[in-house]
Design a protein around this ligand. Structure first.
Ligand SMILES: Nc1ncnc2c1ncn2[C@@H]1O[C@H](COP(=O)(O)OP(=O)(O)OP(=O)(O)O)[C@@H](O)[C@H]1O
Ligand SMILES: [Mg+2]
Length: 461
């Protein structure tokens, strides 16, 4: 592949000599000011820019700031007329790859350019490898809603630092484990292992040896040779502590020591081990409440939660419900050799109005059963096995417990309250049914005629 390089300098002798020295091996474009070079970036972004600091108009430092903001992957080598230490330091802080001092010696410049391009080649290689790992380990992550897309963007950003602890909080089945894998495979640690420990599934007296390993004879039943724990297994990679709220207080104390010092002892051992790994933890428990009653250490919570990620519930991202359903429909159709081709609009309505308490896992399990027992080719409401009316009744009872304004001693006008509730549900139903009145009427279990009458009365349309 031929790399492309911009040379930006107001002295034509410089742009001419650099072009002459490099044009046999690279694609070169020269510019005499930063504004014109920047205007070309979008059309034809280069791999590398040689950028003079003392330019007329926008100076090199401001240009560098702009380039790194918009095109962070483009490498920039600064050209400076004299070794002004402060300016060079600020350029390096802004992300310049290197700098060269005028007068330029072409042999030296070729070496610096060669090093920069080798860095680009290696970065590209790592990215291709990373994408391959991502596809292998997370073949499909449905993320259509803006709520989950925001989370994914945040994850990609925080994944870049290889050792910052991250805690993922969210209700059961919201995809916390999948998000933990996404962090690992988007991080620089992606080639090293991702070791997962489910703190709730391991008996309390075994969790320490599972995490920290043990030396031979540490306890009765300990293997003759001793064993590495999951922290050691995850060296250079990621340790995922699932259901971290279930860790015993003793294990919490040891984990805290490890997080603070990067050191630990195997159970029954006296040798100090030092391991670098990123710790991701996840829980669906309310750790604040656990801290308040002394079941979880606050200092450990601060350490684990340097970065907090909240996995949104499925009810908070309704735009994902149908894409997830389609994906699971396809996957289970393949698995069970069924021929489901789509979702009927009534089934869509049932799925969209269901209150998901088990989130993506509930939807996945439901689709497995629906595909296995349904006939197809369309997914029908009866395949889903959800009773929409009882579901809705359950929902209104839930909100009924907390959702109504309190009755004050001054009293209320009951008819007004009832009307405002009715108006609210008519508006909501219209929104959910995307303006389709007969669907909206179905959602409220009233007939189309009644719906129109009440809509006219309350909304005046
Ligand atoms: N965005 C998604 N796209 C595709 N599949 C998903 C998505 N999110 C979750 N899943 C699937 O849903 C199931 C539940 O996800 P996961 O185990 O990550 O949830 P969790 O939050 O860790 O649940 P728990 O709190 O019960 O441990 C898994 O089978 C997972 O593959
Ligand atoms: Mg989980």
């Amino acid at each position: 592949m031929i790399y492309s390089i911009y040379i930006v300098d107001d002295e034509q002798t410089i742009t001419d000599s650099v072009t002459m020295a490099l044009e046999d091996d690279y694609r070169i474009k020269s510019f005499s000011d930063a504004e014109t070079a920047i205007a070309h970036l979008e059309k034809d972004p280069p791999d590398l820019i040689l950028l003079d600091i003392g330019l007329p108009g926008m100076n090199g430092i401001d240009a560098l700031r702009h380039i790194k903001d918009v095109y962070p992957d483009v490498l920039v080598i600064m050209i400076t007329a004299y070794e002004d230490v402060d300016t060079v330091i600020s350029a390096m802080k802004l992300g310049a790859y290197d700098y060269v001092v005028k007068p330029l010696y072409m042999d030296g410049l070729e070496v610096t350019v060669g090093n920069a391009l080798e860095t680009i080649r290696l970065r590209k290689e790592v990215r291709t490898l990373q994408e391959k790992h991502l596809k292998e380990h997370i073949p499909c992550f449905i993320a259509e809603s803006s709520a989950i897309q925001d989370v994914m963007e945040f994850i990609k950003m925080v994944a870049k630092s290889p050792d910052t602890p991250i805690i993922i909080i969210g209700e059961t089945g919201t995809g916390k484990e999948l998000l933990a894998s996404a962090i690992h495979y988007n991080s620089p640690n992606f080639k090293a292992p991702l070791a997962t420990v489910n703190c709730a599934a391991i008996p309390k007296d075994l969790i320490e040896s599972e995490l920290f390993g043990y030396e031979k004879g540490a306890f009765s039943g300990a293997g003759a040779a001793g064993k590495k724990g999951l922290i050691e297994e995850s060296a250079g990679g990621t340790l995922f502590l699932d259901e971290v709220g279930d860790l015993s207080l003793e294990a919490q104390a040891k984990l805290l020591r490890f997080l603070e010092l990067g050191e630990f002892y195997r159970v029954g051992g006296t040798k100090k081990h030092h391991i670098d790994t990123r710790v991701i933890s996840a829980t669906n428990k309310n750790l604040d409440q656990m801290i308040a009653v002394g079941q979880f250490r606050e200092d450990l919570y601060f350490r684990l939660g340097v970065i907090k990620v909240k996995a949104p519930s499925l009810n908070e991202r309704p735009d994902d419900i149908i894409p997830l359903t389609k994906y699971f429909l396809q996957e289970f159709s393949k698995k069970f050799s069924k021929e489901f081709t789509g979702i009927s609009s009534d089934a869509e309505t049932v799925l969209m109005t269901h209150h998901w308490t088990g989130h993506v896992r509930e939807l996945k399990n439901l689709m497995e059963r629906a595909v296995l027992t349904g006939k197809g080719p369309e997914l029908l409401p009866r395949d889903l096995g959800l009773d929409p009316k009882s579901q809705r009744r359950q929902q209104s009872t839930i909100s009924g417990k907390t959702g109504f304004p309190p009755l004050s001693p001054e009293g209320i006008v009951l008819d007004e309250q009832v009307q405002s509730l009715e108006k609210h549900y008519i508006e909501e139903a219209l929104k959910l049914a995307k303006g389709n009145e007969s669907k909206a009427a179905k959602l409220l279990s009233i007939n189309h005629h009644t719906f129109r009458y009440r809509k006219k009365k309350l909304l005046g349309e």
